[in-house]
Design a protein around this ligand. Structure first.
Ligand SMILES: [Zn+2]
Length: 140
C-alpha cells in the first residue's frame, strides 16, 4: 500500500498530465494558400458612402475562407477599416477597431473544418452589417 507521500505525488502527477492534455494544441482549420483565381473580392456600395467588402476564397467550389470588412471614406480620401470579421488563424474572429490597430482582435469560435467556415458566413455578414447600421455616422 502506498504511503501518504506517494499518493500525494501520484495525484500531483495526474494533475500535471491532465494539464498537459488540456494545453495540447488542437488541430484548428487553416485555409490553404489561395490560388489568385480562387479569391473573389466583392465591394458593396452603401447609400451612406460606406462599403462592405467581402473577400471570399474557394477551394473546389467550397468556401474555404472569408473576410467581411466595413470601410468608410476618409475625409482626405482613401478608405479606413471600421470593423471586420474573418476566418484566418483557425478562429472565426472580429476586429473591433480595424485590424491594423493593436489588441482589436476578438475570437468568436474555433474552426476545425471548412464546413465551420461556411457555417459562420451568415453570422459574419450580419455582424458587419449590424455594426455598420449601429455606428455609421454618415447616414443621410
Ligand atoms: Zn455607412
Amino acid at each position: 500500500m502506498a504511503r501518504k507521500g506517494d499518493r500525494h505525488r501520484t495525484a500531483k502527477q495526474a494533475k500535471a498530465q491532465a494539464a498537459v492534455v488540456l494545453a495540447a494544441p488542437v488541430d484548428l482549420y487553416l485555409a490553404p494558400s489561395p490560388h489568385p483565381m480562387d479569391v473573389h473580392e466583392q465591394p458593396l456600395q452603401l447609400p451612406c458612402g460606406c462599403r462592405i467588402i467581402q473577400r471570399l476564397q474557394f477551394e473546389r467550389k467550397a468556401l474555404a475562407y472569408f473576410a467581411i470588412v466595413w470601410v468608410a471614406r476618409e475625409p482626405l480620401g482613401g478608405w479606413e477599416e471600421q470593423y471586420s470579421c474573418d476566418t484566418a488563424h483557425g478562429y472565426f474572429h472580429e476586429h473591433v477597431h480595424g485590424h491594423r490597430r493593436a489588441r482589436d482582435r476578438n475570437d468568436l469560435r474555433p474552426l476545425y473544418t471548412h464546413v465551420d467556415v461556411q457555417e459562420c458566413y451568415d453570422e459574419g455578414y450580419d455582424l458587419v452589417q449590424n455594426r455598420h447600421d449601429r455606428d455609421c455616422r454618415r447616414e443621410s
